[in-house]
Design a protein around this ligand. Structure first.
Ligand code: AR6
Length: 179
């Protein structure tokens, strides 16, 4: 499923982000950039141990929630990994939507700075961090669409959703944005 936004393409697929042939892959990391489970564990396993050592060497202070930092991608076919720290869901009243939108904008800016043609996002914060999938989809897709509308450089933005429930939530929101 895809739409065109400005000069860019925004698409949704169901699958494993580590298998994507695309310039940049976004990791749903923690603020210590310490590795972990979920998509973070899958990306570090696929990339190999150099990814964790590079991250620790370049960013010993970690990364603030709502922001992202870039490394190379080890054994992945991607060129870059953007380690993005989404918010933990605490009910929605402590700035979670702003932080989730901010982390998407930050990764999109990194993609342009690194001359990427394409970037793949997982559903940041919707696993261990507990963000409701439908609300996360609204914020992630809304922030991405707003960014692409004002970006002249063509970019492929692919959301790679791991399971059918997450894919369905993102697909419903993308359809509603088209109305
Ligand atoms: N490809 C695409 N999506 C995936 C994959 C994969 N291979 N594996 C899982 N997902 P989570 P968070 C989906 O928990 O909520 C880590 O321990 C998953 O189904 O990975 O941002 C970090 O170190 C879900 O929809 O990330 C942090 O401590 C989505 O990815 C913490 O978890 C995000 O789930 C971050 O929590």
């Amino acid at each position: 499923m895809f739409v065109h936004v400005g000069n860019s393409r925004l698409e949704l697929v169901q699958g494993d982000i580590t298998a994507q042939a695309i310039d940049a892959i976004v990791n749903a990391a923690n603020a210590r950039l310490a590795g972990g489970g979920g998509v973070d564990g899958a990306i570090h396993r696929a990339a190999g141990p150099d990814l964790l050592s590079e991250t620790g060497r370049l960013y010993p202070q970690g990364c603030a929630t709502g922001s992202a930092v870039a490394t190379t991608a080890g054994r992945l076919t991607a060129k870059h990994v953007f380690h993005a720290v989404g918010p933990v869901w605490r009910g929605g009243g402590v700035g979670e939507p702003e932080l989730l939108a901010g982390v998407h904008r930050c990764c999109l800016r990194l993609a342009l700075e690194h001359d990427c043609c394409g970037i793949a996002f997982p559903a940041i914060s919707t696993g261990v961090y507990g963000y409701p999938k439908d609300l996360a989809a609204e914020t992630a897709l809304g922030a991405t669409r707003a960014f692409l509308r004002t970006t002249p450089a063509p970019l492929l933005v692919r959301f790679v959703l791991f399971d059918s429930g997450t894919f369905g939530a993102f697909a419903r929101v993308l359809e509603s944005l088209l109305d």
